[in-house]
Ligand binder design. Structure first.
Ligand code: F6P
Length: 320
């Protein structure tokens, strides 16, 4: 393969720029050309495509967001959109595609693979909810951003002897809540993968107060319900002086951590290696610290992401 394309799609994630940079630099190193596609699959269908040079990716490794822009484009689920995308790539002489994104982006790569077009998917989302990988690009940065916020909230929670419900992102997955809950020493973590009993949550707050705790931090994954709804349920039981903080899109921005930059660079280079050998229909993951490639169809059809629920048990054991 001599010419490949790269796009970012779905919700942006810190480290996407580092991944694009690695795709471009590794391709040039291997004597291949790279075309950048703006606005994900929407730009692909529209033909918003340009050649990328070494300089286009200079000063990019440390930047959050994605300089190729991103978009959610549900229309790509139609065969018409998929065939148009392939036609555009043929027009530009693009023989293989690197897709960086989350679940929806993988579905796009899956569809192109089914049409016989070689794609390699790189997991890029703060949610860490992609099957076949222990970590996604952006997750580490997002949890560090959340952690900083949680540490700050704990200061004020203690001063006022308050209970805080902090709603974090993650879509349907509890990874962000789990990791930041453990890392911040939160009293409780509420995630979609585990049920919760609001009377027990209230009881735990009371017990904490009796033991002399001056604050209660509850990290709530957005996939369970929103923070205000959760707080109302607690208020209906007792007055715990509950305050709610929804961290929102601050979790998606910012300069990527070293870990995300390294991971993105490894994924980007590996994708180029595979496409150079003519291998597509794949998605990459890091499993037990090793970068591996899975069949993308098998991954989406048969694999499921599960967060590390040992962290949940650990938190129950050490947080109260
Ligand atoms: O998938 C990343 C994510 O930030 C989720 O955690 C969140 O549910 C969603 O995207 C928000 O999407 P949008 O930016 O379109 O509001």
């Amino acid at each position: 393969m001599k010419r490949i394309g790269v796009l970012t799609s779905g919700g942006d994630a810190p480290g996407m720029n580092a991944a694009i940079r690695a795709v471009v630099r590794k391709s040039l190193h291997e004597g291949m050309e790279v075309y950048g596609i703006n606005y994900g699959f929407a730009g692909l269908v529209a033909g918003d495509i340009r050649k990328l040079s070494r300089r286009d990716v200079g000063d990019m490794i440390q930047r959050g967001g994605t300089f190729l822009y991103s978009a959610r484009y549900p229309q790509f689920a139609t065969e018409e959109g998929q065939l148009k995308a392939i036609e555009q790539m043929k027009r530009f002489g693009i023989e293989g595609l690197v897709v960086i994104g989350g679940d929806g982006s993988y579905r796009g790569a899956y569809a192109l693979t089914k049409h016989g077009f070689p794609c390699v998917g790189l997991p890029g989302t703060i949610d860490n909810d992609i099957p076949g990988t222990d970590y996604t690009i952006g997750f580490d940065t997002a949890i560090n951003t959340v952690l900083e916020a949680l540490d700050r909230i704990r200061d004020t929670a203690t001063s006022h002897v308050r209970t805080f419900v902090i709603e974090v992102m993650g879509r349907d997955a509890g990874d962000i809540a789990l990791w930041t809950g453990v890392a911040s020493g939160a009293e409780q973590i509420i995630i979609p993968e585990k049920g919760f009993d609001i009377t027990q949550v209230a009881e735990n707050i009371r017990e904490g107060r009796e033991k002399g705790k001056k604050h209660t931090i509850i990290v709530l994954a957005e996939g369970v319900m929103n923070g205000h709804e959760f707080a109302e349920k607690l208020d209906a039981i007792d007055n715990f002086h509950v305050r709610v903080s929804t961290l929102g899109h601050v979790q998606r921005g910012g300069s990527p951590t070293a870990r995300d930059r390294v991971l993105a660079s490894q994924f980007g280079a590996k994708a180029v290696d595979l496409l150079k050998q003519g291998k597509g229909g794949l998605c990459l993951g890091i499993v037990k610290e090793e970068i591996i490639a899975h069949d993308i169809i098998d991954t989406l059809d048969n694999m499921k992401h599960t967060p590390n629920l040992d962290l949940y048990t650990l938190n129950e054991e050490i947080s109260n």
